[in-house]
Design a protein around this ligand. Structure first.
Ligand code: CTP
Length: 397
């Protein structure tokens, strides 16, 4: 089934092949599922073990393995797009000529999905009339070419031909996948991660939130044209190109940032896990452990409620992560939260057994203020993000 997530990352034999390790990670963080198909020559630069470890998948590199499964056709059919990075002059020539002599070139020839080509090579090779003509041919056939950057190349050389910034490749991929622009002109504010409340300089009260859901929301909103601000608490994820990210630590810091931005916001999505309490008097030096037993705690403000008190046109979406609940009572609690916090929508998921925190996937129920419950069967956090944004947009009218 194609759902816009399955991507083939073809890697050719250029020195910049190692940069595709970062590209792969960045694509995974956005919810893409990636099968790496390296050419034989590329294995001189990055080996199969690296690709398998990073992608978490088997790496098919030989056309003659598993022949009965017709791997080039199966892979071409399964994917939603192919990214070839780096693409060498040799590989570009090969596919421009329609040759198919290894697994990757066979996949390219068999594919009917968008192909994003990321050439990287020495300046002389890039400007060679043969390469120029081949690129022209491939562009005329609809391949998307991400132009190489200018700068330091292998050895002492400097010029055009450098592997471009990862964000440029991801933007080209999003465009190739035909991402909608229905949030153009809308301001979206997202909170992500988990707040940490200092006990002393060493310890804190916190939670397991990875921030992945909030980042998926920010990415999805930005990809659909929104002006996005992400208030991120203690996340360990790379900033998203085009999203203004404010890093905070505590609930009070998060509240301050959100309050300043809420007035001008169209859609607020509270994906952050806010610590319920904080130590009343954080210690400036390491607290004696016996004193931990009698730590004085105070409640953190309910950030969402303080914001929705002054709610105007904004659509506000909350999250309710319940653990070890009876399913029905979990839903009842989530809808009570929806009303108490004056939300338009709440996403309820069961986080018992640690199945959601840190995972790429999620599963739950979307509850609307009009009482409608929509099941979200297991899918990526990016898919859920787009679904929630669809709801929000619908409500905004
Ligand atoms: N939330 C908030 N401020 C808090 C706690 C939670 O804004 N101090 C937001 C969260 O970002 C989330 C929603 O409220 O969108 C529900 O979070 P949850 O922790 O489930 O709610 P609590 O009100 O803390 O309820 P519980 O008693 O179950 O902990």
């Amino acid at each position: 089934m194609k759902d816009g997530r399955e991507i083939i990352l073809g890697v050719c034999g250029g020195i910049s092949a190692y940069k595709s390790c970062d590209l792969l990670r960045r694509m995974q963080e956005l919810g893409f599922l990636i099968t790496v198909v390296p050419t034989r020559a590329s294995l001189n630069f990055v080996g199969i073990a690296t690709w398998e470890a990073l992608s978490g998948r088997e790496v098919p590199e030989d056309l003659w393995n598993n022949v009965h499964q017709v791997p080039h056709i199966a892979l071409a059919k399964r994917s939603s797009a192919i990214v070839i990075a780096p693409a060498t002059a040799d590989f570009i020539a090969k596919i421009a000529a329609g040759l198919a002599e290894d697994l990757l070139s066979n996949i390219v020839l068999a594919a009917s999905v968008p192909i994003v080509l990321v050439p990287a090579m020495h300046t002389e090779m890039w400007f060679n009339p043969a390469t120029v003509a081949n690129i022209q041919t491939l562009k005329s056939r609809g391949l998307i070419v991400v132009e190489p950057d200018s700068g330091r190349l292998t050895g002492e050389d400097v010029g055009v031909g450098r592997y471009p910034e990862t964000s440029k490749i991801i933007t080209a991929l999003s465009t190739a996948l035909g991402t909608k622009s229905d949030l153009l002109g809308k301001r979206v504010l997202v909170s992500a991660g988990g707040t940490r409340e200092a006990i002393d300089p060493i310890r804190y009260i916190g939670n397991h939130s990875s921030g992945k859901q909030g980042y998926a929301l920010a990415y999805a909103a930005a990809a659909r044209g929104a002006d996005v601000t992400l208030v991120a608490a203690n996340t360990n994820l790379p900033d998203i190109e085009g999203v203004s990210t404010i890093h905070v630590t505590t609930a009070l810091q998060m509240q301050e940032q959100l309050e300043a931005l809420f007035g001008a916001t169209d859609i607020l999505i509270m994906a952050a896990a806010v610590a319920d309490v904080r130590p009343a008097h954080p210690n400036s030096f390491k607290l004696d452990k016996v004193k931990l037993e009698s730590l004085e705690l105070v409640s953190n403000p309910d950030i969402t409620s303080t914001l929705t008190e002054r709610k105007g046109k904004q659509i506000v979406i909350g999250f309710a992560a319940q653990a070890s609940e009876e399913y029905e009572s979990g839903i009842a609690k989530a809808s009570a939260k929806l009303r108490a916090k004056n939300l338009d929508l709440i996403y309820f998921n069961d986080v018992s057994a640690g199945a959601i925190f840190g995972s790429e996937n999620t599963q739950g129920i979307i509850l609307s203020d009009n009482g409608v419950a929509t099941e979200f069967p297991e899918g990526t956090k990016l898919t859920l993000a787009n679904k929630l944004l669809d709801f929000a947009l619908d409500k905004l009218g």
